[in-house]
Design a protein around this ligand. Structure first.
Ligand code: C5P
Length: 409
């Protein structure tokens, strides 16, 4: 993957937390320096139980802050000096560090610096799977995400010095951390200024009666990532989403719907003057032919539910496409490329991003996605597994190209 190198003056602060993975911190520092970035580091007290200040300062080629320095340096506000960087990456991020940051605490140099910093913050957690999955840690992660903080991992694999641990919890590899940081530091293009973008996201719910519905596990993350990326690139964005746990992205007009029919109405209205429409929503193919207005009583024996097809929103927009660029998503378990190409052609979409429900860590609910771009004529290209935000970036690059290729009327 080729990455544009940000200005050579870019400087990154690496905060090292108190997890076993702290021993990998010097490799992260080296990888960042190899990318031409200036690097400084802070080791928390807990990190110094796993790694020495000397090994960090050797790899960082300079400034390493610890709480001992902070207290000595007062009132020189060492946290402000350390925060004067273009971005932060927190490696070996522990549950404790996440809790401190999510709570706005400032009782050590790392937390105080995080409060003062501008620019992107990338968390790279490493902890035991049970801890990572605990509601407290997940709530802190969600809180930090809602402030725009990014996360990489944890990953599945062996961890621990003797390889005694295995499962979710392993820290991402140093080269992946450096690559993600470079992406975050890349200056944001404003190439969607003056454009209107409509994105659909999440599942739909097709009610059988007031308390029962047919749905699917779509998390909405992919669509929200497209909406946020389009917003950051200057577009006027409308996000139409089914029921998901994600909050409204700031600066995006968000419309909440439940059923496919509601989704169609909202998307068609918003798409009237749109330049780009991206359908990531996992629309239910069928709804109950008749929705009961009262809860249906349980009866002995089998029940037959009569379903009727939902309208195909993408195909509907494609039938009267105008100058709009239309992008779809498709999830296939087999014959993916042929089926996605046929879909793109039938629905008159410019391209479809194909993914597979069976891939670990991608598609439904995951933070990453591995997709294949498929055009109506069958031409296709595989993209590597990257974050959903990075998929969104590439998707919009393609959509902008397609928009520029349209003949002007
Ligand atoms: O046909 P399939 O559901 O696989 O097509 C997927 C693409 O079509 C997605 O972009 C999805 O949002 C869109 N779609 C739609 N209306 C439907 C079903 C799917 O717009 N009823």
């Amino acid at each position: 993957m080729t990455e544009a190198t940000p200005a050579s003056t870019s400087c990154v602060l690496v905060i090292v937390g108190g997890s076993m993975a702290a021993v990998k911190a010097p490799s992260v520092l080296r990888r960042l320096r190899e990318q031409g970035l200036g690097v400084r580091a802070i080791a928390t007290r807990a990190a110094l139980a796993f790694i020495t200040e000397l090994s960090l300062s050797t790899a960082a080629d300079g400034l390493v802050g610890t709480d001992a320095h902070w207290f000595e340096a007062r009132p020189d506000a060492l946290h402000l000096t350390h925060a004067r960087v273009d971005g932060v990456v927190v490696v070996a991020a522990s549950a404790e560090l996440l809790a401190g940051a999510a709570g706005g605490h400032a009782n050590d140099l790392a937390l105080a610096s995080l409060l003062s910093v501008r620019g992107p913050v990338l968390w790279v957690p490493a902890m035991n799977e049970a801890m990572w999955r605990s509601p407290a840690v997940q709530a802190n992660v969600e809180r930090l995400r809602s402030w725009g903080h990014r996360f990489l991992g944890p990953e599945v694999g062996a961890f621990g010095t003797r390889g005694e641990g295995s499962g979710l919890g392993r820290m991402a590899e140093p080269e992946d951390i450096a690559a993600r940081m470079l992406t975050l530091l890349r200056p944001v293009k404003r190439d969607l200024e003056g454009m209107r973008v409509v994105v659909s996201a999440g599942p739909t719910r097709e009610y059988l009666d007031p308390v029962r519905f047919i749905s699917n596990p779509s998390s909405g993350k992919m669509g929200f990532a497209v909406a946020e990326e389009a917003r950051d690139r200057g577009a006027d964005v409308t996000l139409v989403t089914g029921p998901v746990t994600l909050g409204d992205p700031p600066g995006v007009t968000t419309v909440r719907i439940e059923s496919a029919l509601e989704l169609r109405d909202a998307v068609v209205a918003a798409a009237a003057d749109a330049d780009i429409v991206v359908m990531t929503a996992a629309v239910a193919d069928y709804r109950a032919a008749e929705q009961a207005s009262e809860k249906q009583a349980k009866i002995a024996g089998d029940v037959t539910i009569h379903l009727t097809p939902n309208p195909d929103i993408l195909a509907h927009l494609g039938a009267d496409k105008g100058k709009r660029v239309l992008v779809g998503f498709a999830m296939e378990t087999h014959a993916g490329v042929e089926r996605a190409a046929a879909k793109a052609a039938r629905k008159n979409a410019d391209f479809i991003l194909l993914n597979y429900p069976t891939r670990e860590g991608t598609a439904f609910g995951g933070d990453d996605n591995q997709v294949t771009l498929v055009r109506p004529d069958g031409r296709h290209e595989d993209w590597p597994r990257v974050s959903k935000r990075e998929v969104a970036r590439r998707l919009l690059d393609e959509a902008v190209q397609a928009a520029h290729a349209r003949p002007t009327v």
